[in-house]
Design a protein around this ligand. Structure first.
Ligand code: SF4
Ligand code: FES
Length: 249
């Protein structure tokens, strides 16, 4: 395949940045999108030019490290597909592809396509954990959890923290991410002792980090590579209000 790439280049956080055009030829349709960028970087290295910085790690959709906005859509717009799982066969011969970093005030660009997503880590430290002793695995398995609740918690726990939900949201809200974390922990018995401070702490931190409010656009759900449902945002709100009003429901 022969392609034209318009890629965001930005030297550092203070640089204004711009889209730079590259031509690439003989791209195998079986390559992943990131492998195609690797090939481009090899060509740039051979020419003595600076390589394009982008994030990746597992390259199998489980770590949440990768994240590009491809043709205007975080992760490229394939159903439940992270950037690293996207293949070149989904593009047309001769296509022009625009590649940009996730855009959000709370995710400042570090360089080129790499953004700083440490705001997510700080939200997690505000309550996205269980600190009570749960014992060894056999003891934990003795705590009865219904299949329905276990399935719901597992669905929420699938969030890989990639941040695509933020990049897709017109308000740059992190509500889907935070909702998934709060749901997964609050549904399980081990998460109940810290239930009250979790929702209040994480939501306050999300606001402080500069993420916007959720106004139910649901763009986040569409781009999420793990299919996290916006019902997690509804549960997050319930958790927040039940804490505010000290409800036992
Ligand atoms: S909710 Fe989905 S899009 Fe958002 S961080 Fe988690 S996996 Fe990524
Ligand atoms: S590199 Fe790990 S999810 Fe894409």
């Amino acid at each position: 395949m022969n392609l034209t790439l318009k890629i965001w280049r930005q030297k550092d956080p203070r640089d204004k940045g711009q889209l730079v055009e590259y031509k690439i030829s003989d791209v195998s349709p079986h390559m992943s999108f990131l492998e195609m960028l690797d090939v481009l970087n090899e060509q740039l290295m051979k020419k003595g030019e600076e390589v394009i910085e982008f994030d990746s790690d597992c390259r199998e959709g489980i770590c949440g490290t990768c994240g590009l906005v491809i043709n205007g859509i975080p992760h490229g717009g394939r159903h439940r597909t992270a950037t690293c799982q996207l293949h070149m066969r989904h593009f047309e011969e001769g296509e022009t592809i625009t590649v940009e970093p996730f855009r959000a005030k709370a995710f400042p660009v570090i360089k080129d396509l790499v953004v700083d997503r440490s705001a997510f880590d700080r939200i997690l430290t505000a309550g996205g954990y269980i600190s009570v002793r749960t014992g060894s695995a056999p003891e934990a398995n003795l705590i009865p959890v219904s299949k329905e609740v276990a399935d719901q918690a597992m669905d929420s726990a699938e969030c890989i923290g990639c941040g695509a939900c933020v990049a897709a949201c017109p308000n740059a809200s992190a509500s889907l991410f935070v909702g998934a974390k709060i749901s997964h922990l609050s549904l399980l018995p081990q998460g109940l002792p810290e239930r009250k401070r979790r929702a209040i702490g994480m939501i306050a931190k999300m606001d402080k980090e500069g993420f916007g409010n959720c106004t139910n656009h649901a763009e986040c759900e569409v781009v999420c590579p793990k299919g996290i449902s916006i019902s997690n945002i509804a549960r997050m709100r319930r958790e927040y209000f039940r804490t505010l009003f000290n409800s036992t429901e």
